[in-house]
Design a protein around this ligand. Structure first.
Ligand SMILES: [Zn+2]
Length: 85
C-alpha cells in the first residue's frame, strides 16, 4: 500500500501566490503554515502540477521533500477539515 499524502486547500489567494500558484499544500507544509503563519521551504519545496488521487482527479499541489519522495500516482487525498488560513 502506498502511503497516503494528505493535501490541504489554500483558500487565501496571497498564500496561493506564496506557494508558487499551487492550490494545495501537503500536511507538513500546512503544519508549518499553521504554526508560523507563513509558508517556508524548510521541509522542501516541490510543486506538482498534477498530483492525482485514486479517484482520478488531479490537483496542483506543493509537497515537502518527504511527500515528493513518497508520491505515487493516485496516493493523494484531500484533507477533510476546513483550512483556516
Ligand atoms: Zn509533506
Amino acid at each position: 500500500m502506498a502511503q497516503t499524502i494528505w493535501i490541504h486547500k489554500l483558500s487565501d489567494p496571497k498564500k496561493k501566490a506564496e506557494a508558487d500558484g499551487m492550490d494545495y499544500i501537503c500536511e507538513h507544509l500546512f503544519q508549518g503554515l499553521t504554526q508560523s503563519g507563513k509558508l517556508t521551504n524548510a521541509k522542501g519545496w516541490n510543486p506538482f502540477d498534477s498530483a492525482s488521487t485514486k479517484e482520478g482527479s488531479s490537483y496542483r499541489a506543493l509537497f515537502c521533500d518527504t511527500c515528493a519522495k513518497n508520491y505515487k500516482d493516485g496516493n493523494v487525498r484531500m484533507a477533510k477539515e476546513p483550512v483556516l488560513v
